[in-house]
Design a binder for this molecule. Structure first.
Ligand code: ACO
Length: 363
């Protein structure tokens, strides 16, 4: 479906074997597996393998070591992280470093591109906190190394499991805006790096992957459950949207929200601040859903993936400005698989516009 472009609603822009988003039932299927079968049960490397299977020659059965080697390879680009880039938003700095990678269509290029958002996000986050970037540790899995490179200390097994659950949950999601952007660029045969850069750029906006940072701002501004209704009402009165709610496809609850909430609950063991923060977020969520229902009775506005993404990434101590980068770390595998699928079976994507401007005056 090309929705959001007048006149193209209902047009199928791509057939895919990669994932299906059932907006009426609230179901997500990734290559024949339900989200619940994957999230919390599969590593990011295994999910990437699932997405890449059939799209690359010579795909090894286990991507853990090749991906670790690719992290090590792309780390050399961190030398280009100068003061000017460090002063940009994490998404812009990460995108600029990713743009230094050569274009190509082979597995080696793909693995470097999967590694790039992880390595560059960690480097940028550390640099913005005033610390030197840390080189990858090729003995670690992807999620464990991301946390170590970002924070400088070894993560717990529970933290690694939580990040893995997140990355797998967001690794692919039908023809969303960033995947569509990646497929359009891939359809011109521009190469995988160009397609991934298009995906990163589309993901950056607040209506797509840029929402979870502002979710934290919202929770912090509300402060306590008693204040939720007044704050939300005031926000909507000003014409603002509530970040983390609403979705173009889902008319019921986004199944990824529950997958992430489950993963957070599994880590909230009472020994840290997480259970209290989660209970507060749930209270805000309930207030928001109630008010959205009162204000938009004809439009089903439900919690989307970004609401619990914010809580999860906060629990892992990522700074909110870097949240969208972490989304890209997971989604990059989906972009690459879609780009390969587009090149393998698709034509140039070239929708027609409908001219509504003035007609030329007769000569
Ligand atoms: N808060 C308040 N009102 C909303 C929200 C929201 N989060 N979402 C939609 N609405 C309202 C709109 O104002 C509009 O009202 P109107 O008909 O009176 O003008 C109505 O619901 C329909 O909105 P649309 O813009 O047509 O819905 P669309 O399908 O285009 O939007 C979107 C989907 C962009 C996700 C929207 O719900 C939104 O802006 N949400 C907040 C940002 C967000 O959470 N983005 C992350 C999405 S998930 C992802 O991309 C990974």
């Amino acid at each position: 479906m090309i929705e959001g472009i007048d006149g193209l609603e209902g047009v199928v822009a791509a057939e895919t074997v990669l994932s299906e988003v059932d907006g009426a039932a609230g179901r997500l299927v990734i290559r024949g597996r339900s989200l619940d079968q994957l999230s919390g049960h599969t590593s990011f490397e295994a999910a990437t393998h699932l997405l890449f299977d059939g799209f690359f020659d010579g795909l090894p059965a286990d991507l853990t070591q090749p991906l670790a080697d690719a992290r090590s390879e792309v780390f050399s680009e961190v030398r280009a992280l100068d003061a000017e880039l460090v002063a940009r938003t994490p998404m812009e700095a990460m995108r600029a470093l990713t743009a230094r990678l050569a274009d190509g269509d082979d597995l080696a290029t793909a693995l470097r591109l999967v590694a790039a958002p992880a390595v560059f996000t960690a480097a940028v986050t550390r640099a913005q906190a005033g610390h030197a970037p840390l080189a990858p540790d090729t003995a670690l899995g992807h999620a464990a190394d991301i946390l170590r490179m970002t924070r400088g200390t070894a993560p717990t097994a529970a933290e690694v499991a939580l990040l893995d659950a997140y990355l797998v949950t967001v690794c692919d999601h039908g023809l969303n805006a960033s995947t569509f952007a990646a497929r359009v660029v891939a359809s011109t045969r521009a190469g995988l790096t160009s397609a991934v850069l298009a995906g990163i750029s589309a993901l950056k906006g607040p209506l797509h992957g840029g929402a979870p940072g502002p979710v934290i701002d919202m929770l912090d501004a509300i402060g306590s459950p008693d204040n939720a209704r007044a704050w939300i009402e005031a926000e909507l009165d000003c014409g603002e949207r509530l970040m983390g709610f609403g979705h173009r496809v889902y008319r019921v609850r986004d199944p990824r929200a529950d997958a992430l909430k489950r993963a957070i609950k599994a880590m909230a063991d009472g020994s840290n601040a997480l259970p209290g923060r989660l209970a507060f977020a749930e209270a805000v969520e309930q207030a928001a859903l109630q008010i959205l229902k009162e204000r938009k009775p004809n439009r089903s506005l439900q919690t989307n993936v970004e609401f619990y993404t914010a809580l999860l990434l906060e629990a892992l101590a990522f700074p909110p400005p870097a949240f969208t980068c972490v989304f890209a770390i997971g989604r990059v595998s989906g972009w690459i698989a879609h780009a390969r699928e587009q090149v393998a079976g698709g034509r140039l994507i070239r929708p027609q516009s409908r001219y509504v401007g003035p007609t030329p005056l007769a000569a």
